[in-house]
Design a protein around this ligand. Structure first.
Ligand SMILES: [Fe+2]
Ligand SMILES: [Fe+2]
Length: 316
């Protein structure tokens, strides 16, 4: 028997009348062995599509060796999904994120910093438009991007949270683009640190503490990187009480973009499945942050974030 390494994909990315070009597997719930559902040459018909839509417990997989084909398929169909107003906004958000993950993963792992920055710029502009027009909601973002543990997904979630929080604080246009871009690039130093796409180690680990500086060095010579983006990368682990790193800045020595990034970065580490001991719900993570008496975070920005979180949870 051949054993396959499977990669979970979002069921909604399988469209009727499309040719996937790779095998698709289904499992009916926790612990059940996935079985082949579609072969690479078969067109998805309406019956296949209905089967996927009607069973919320189904998990869909592809062979991990088909990831490159899957990403091509996502990008090829992205405009069809994103402009289809019959699809609920929630679903379009999930699909948008799947496409962006595909694009961001290859850009982030590229050895060219310029390529990574260009793609970050393009994605940030797209995210800002989505935040404004697609009704992107925090629980949906978590759900859509919490499959897998890699740094690309953490970066994208951080970018969206930075955009949503910035928007709630009254920023728009260029500043929102910068906040999204800073969120995408904030951990780029982990890549030059030889840690690409691994989960972060303990905070006191020496290489972990060096990643803001590595990131700063990578970005500082690019003319497309503004001060806000650069400072989000360099200062996102600084704490207001001077207990952070790399240079133990205090209070308003820390750039406002980095203060925003620090709060949403903390939220993402609490809620993502990157660390199985955490993986809190949005509500629990919000309560943990609300009860944090450490003075590490900017309290005004924190209040806006908690308010935003509560309003999204109330509408869930
Ligand atoms: Fe970081
Ligand atoms: Fe981070």
């Amino acid at each position: 028997m051949i054993s396959l390494t499977l990669h979970e994909i979002h069921p909604a990315t399988i469209l009727p009348q499309s040719l996937m070009g790779f095998n698709v597997y289904l499992s009916n719930g926790e612990g059940e062995r996935p079985v082949k559902f579609l072969s690479s040459e078969k067109m998805v018909d309406e019956t296949d599509y209905d089967q996927l839509r009607e069973n919320a417990n189904l998990k869909v997989f592809i062979d991990a060796t088909s990831l490159a084909e899957y990403r091509e398929y996502l990008v090829a169909h992205s405009s069809k999904w994103l402009t289809d107003e019959r699809l609920p906004s929630r679903l379009r958000t999930a699909l948008l994120l799947e496409c962006l993950v595909a694009k961001w993963q290859s850009a982030f792992s590229s050895s060219s910093t310029d390529t990574t920055i260009d793609v970050a710029k393009e994605i940030s502009e797209r995210l800002v438009l989505s935040i404004e027009f697609l009704d992107v909601r925090i629980p949906d973002v978590i759900q859509a991007l919490d499959m897998g543990i890699d740094l690309a997904r953490h970066s994208l979630r951080t970018a969206i949270y930075c955009g949503l929080l910035g928007n709630s604080m009254g920023y728009d246009g260029t500043v929102l683009n910068e906040l999204c871009m800073g969120g995408l690039l904030h951990d780029i130093g982990k890549q030059s640190n030889g840690e690409s796409f691994k989960s972060a180690g303990p905070e006191n680990d020496r290489s972990m503490r060096a990643h803001p500086l590595f990131g700063f060095r990578r970005l500082c010579n690019s003319r497309n990187v503004t001060t806000t983006v650069l400072m989000m990368c360099y200062q996102h682990h600084e704490n207001l009480d001077g207990s952070g790193f790399p240079v133990r800045l205090i209070g308003d020595e820390i750039h406002f973009g980095a203060k925003i990034c620090a709060i949403v970065n903390r939220f993402d580490h609490l809620t993502s499945s990157e660390n199985p001991r955490m993986a809190y719900t949005c509500g629990s993570a919000g309560r943990i942050m609300e009860q944090d008496r450490s003075n590490r975070f900017d309290q005004e920005i924190m209040k806006t974030w908690l308010k935003l979180l509560k309003s999204h949870l109330k509408n869930s």
